[in-house]
Design a protein around this ligand. Structure first.
Ligand SMILES: *[C@@H]1O[C@H](CO)[C@@H](O)[C@H](O)[C@H]1NC(C)=O
Ligand SMILES: *[C@@H]1O[C@H](CO)[C@@H](O)[C@H](O)[C@H]1NC(C)=O
Ligand SMILES: *[C@@H]1O[C@H](CO)[C@@H](O)[C@H](O)[C@H]1NC(C)=O
Length: 581
């Protein structure tokens, strides 16, 4: 848990002149959550809102618990109660701290509690946020172009009027949102800057061309469009334990498991490629070999690149390649970024194609190049392995003239990584009849990241388990034997985050109306490729039927189940010896 330097997050300097926001309220958080911490008594100064979000609940029954639950449910960091129980929430506290004696009014809902004073707020803070100072504008990443023209309200409710429109740049907007503690930021129409804690209910991704208005302060950048936002998010400014989060049960030494290996320097074998066609094959001192050079980005989904599959030449090594592929799927969901992350479903299917290929006993030999020829990734989503002919000096001992086409494998192999564990998850995908998820059909089709045996021989004795959430196995989190349960809890959390970021986001983004139910679905079912479906459309047409709230509810339910289901998973008897799984 991060140090709770919450007091330092109070913005003493009053910059943010927020207009009253019209925000669709989310329900109070009913799940157990870490209690808010009392932060003190604060005064609202004229023309400034101490906390911008006003709870719709009547003050008549307001208690500290109720107000805090509403702020938690809406994703805010601070809760404040004023004048017998009017409840407000916000990301920063925009006013000076005053003496405790000024908070002297009882709450209407519980007279033993204090609800501020007249213009004076009793403020509580959620300890599950990182301090704002630990976050920089580099932590925001671009989500692309989004709509902001709904009759139901703004995509991001807090307009930053203090940021001069005439000199607006992406940076100046991100800085304003970061200073306000807002995880979402957006620029619009060349000169407008908005921030938010959540994205508005009726906001969707838009074609990139819709965002084409240069920033007033820098004509080389784009700042949205008419009714269109360039949207950014910094997850570091969201709660680490949002409503619905269940803490993993753990032994006292949870931090011990967070050690990750730094990859050793790549063993770069210098390959001399002669572009001139081998003119000297007659001399016995020169040999040519065919080398398969793995591409740096073999399969690409947005910001994510797979680690190239090991080459194969028979069924057994083909199955290894499939395992290697399957354990990378979770990392794709983690790293690709919205909306390209939807292509990770294709990557998962492509791994399945490898398995099918291995079993198909292809005529003419089972090897990677053949598979690529038959099942290339979608155009623009990968680079095939390159086969080059290399002319080198022959080994002095055995200069066999006949070995002109020896197949050598990769230039950058990690020799200790040979046995690839079968991608069978030690952790359990939970089931629910009510929400219709279970093994083989997790919410949104997003599988629980695989936790299985560590594939690095050097690591294995101390850390037999590994959570495969990075394409480079050396960067994956590894776990000692007594922390298998934590590995599963981490996997559950990763699945939950992907569920919200991918499935719920997709449900929010889905197109609505007659088009989906009519022509669109029918065409998709007929397998027509004529219409150009976006990845979101393809997923939502194929059964992503929830709305955003419903999707989040499912993700949360699955997460809670996942944690409790895996409490008993100790890994006993699993991965008993290296390579012997
Ligand atoms: C307030 O609480 C009282 C008693 O607990 C209850 O009868 C009443 O319906 C509540 N009012 C509101 C608006 O929730
Ligand atoms: C009123 O608040 C006090 C102090 O937080 C708490 O102990 C008590 O249970 C509350 N009473 C009710 C009826 O909620
Ligand atoms: C979104 O808007 C619809 C229609 O007004 C409403 O029914 C729904 O509850 C809203 N969802 C959220 C999360 O606010």
């Amino acid at each position: 848990m991060a140090p709770l330097r919450t007091a330092a997050a109070f913005a003493a300097v009053v910059l943010a002149a927020h207009v009253q926001a019209t925000e669709v309220p989310l329900p109070p958080c009913l799940d157990p959550f870490q209690p808010f911490v009392y932060s003190g008594c604060f005064q609202e100064t004229s023309n400034t809102q101490l906390l911008p979000y006003r709870s719709p609940s009547t003050p008549d029954n307001m208690t500290v618990e109720e107000c805090v639950a509403e702020c938690k449910g809406n994703g805010y960091r601070y809760a404040g109660l004023v004048y017998y129980g009017v409840c407000y929430c916000g990301q920063t506290v925009n006013g000076p701290q005053v003496d405790e004696t000024q908070c002297n009014l009882p709450c209407k809902g519980n007279e033993t509690e204090t609800c501020g004073g007249n213009g004076i707020f009793s403020v509580y803070s959620d300890p599950t946020f990182l301090p704002v100072e630990d976050v920089t504008i580099e932590d925001y990443h671009a989500l692309g172009c989004w709509t902001d023209d709904s009759s139901m309200g703004r995509a991001l409710v807090y307009r930053q009027d203090q940021v001069a429109s005439a000199s607006l740049t992406t940076k100046s907007c991100l800085q304003a949102c970061r200073d306000g503690g807002y995880p979402f930021a957006g620029t619009e129409f060349g000169g407008e800057c908005y921030c938010g804690v959540v994205i508005g209910n009726d906001t969707y991704t838009a074609p990139a061309e819709d965002c084409s208005i240069p920033c007033n302060g820098d004509s080389t950048e784009i700042c949205g469009g008419r009714g269109r936002l360039n949207l950014f998010v910094a997850h570091e400014l969201q709660s680490l334990e949002p409503c619905g989060y269940e803490p993993p049960v753990s032994s006292s030494t949870t931090t011990a498991s967070t050690s990750t290996t730094t990859p050793p320097p790549e063993t770069s074998t210098t390959v001399t490629v002669t572009t001139t066609t081998k003119a000297t094959t007659t001399t016995s001192s020169v040999c040519t070999t065919t080398t398969v050079i793995p591409p740096t980005c073999e399969y690409k989904c947005g910001k994510w690149c797979s680690s190239p599959l090991p080459d194969w030449d028979d069924v057994k090594t083909c199955k290894h390649a499939w395992s290697n592929c399957a354990v990378q799927v979770a990392s794709c969901f983690k790293g690709a970024g919205w909306p390209d992350v939807l292509d990770c479903f294709d990557f998962g299917a492509w791994c399945g194609d490898v398995a099918t290929y291995c079993d198909s006993n292809p005529r003419g030999g089972c090897f990677k190049g053949d598979f690529w020829g038959k099942k290339p990734p979608k155009p623009g989503h990968g680079n095939p392995p390159k086969t080059v002919t290399v002319t080198t000096a022959c080994p002095t001992t055995t200069a066999t003239k006949t070995t002109t086409t020896t197949k050598a494998t990769t230039a950058t192999t990690t020799p200790t990584q040979c046995p690839i564990p079968t991608p069978t998850n030690i952790c359990i995908q939970p089931s629910s009849k009510l929400y219709n998820y279970g093994p083989g059909h997790p919410v949104g089709g997003i599988a629980l990241p695989i936790v299985t045996c560590n594939d690095l021989a050097a690591d294995w004795p101390a850390y037999p388990f590994k959570g495969y959430t990075d394409p480079d196995s050396r960067r994956c989190k590894k776990y000692p034997r007594n922390q298998c349960t934590n590995a599963c809890a981490d996997a559950c959390r990763e699945q939950y985050e992907d569920c919200v970021d991918v499935y719920a986001q997709g449900c929010k983004t889905k197109p609505t109306g007659w088009w989906v139910r009519g022509r669109g679905v029918a065409a998709e079912e007929r397998g027509e490729r004529g219409m150009d479906f976006s990845p979101v459309q393809r997923r939502t047409l194929l059964g992503w039927g929830d709305d955003y709230t419903g999707a989040v509810v499912k993700c949360r339910a699955q997460y809670a189940d996942c944690l409790s289901e895996n409490r008993g998973v100790t890994g006993a008897g699993k991965c008993p010896k290296f390579g012997g799984w």
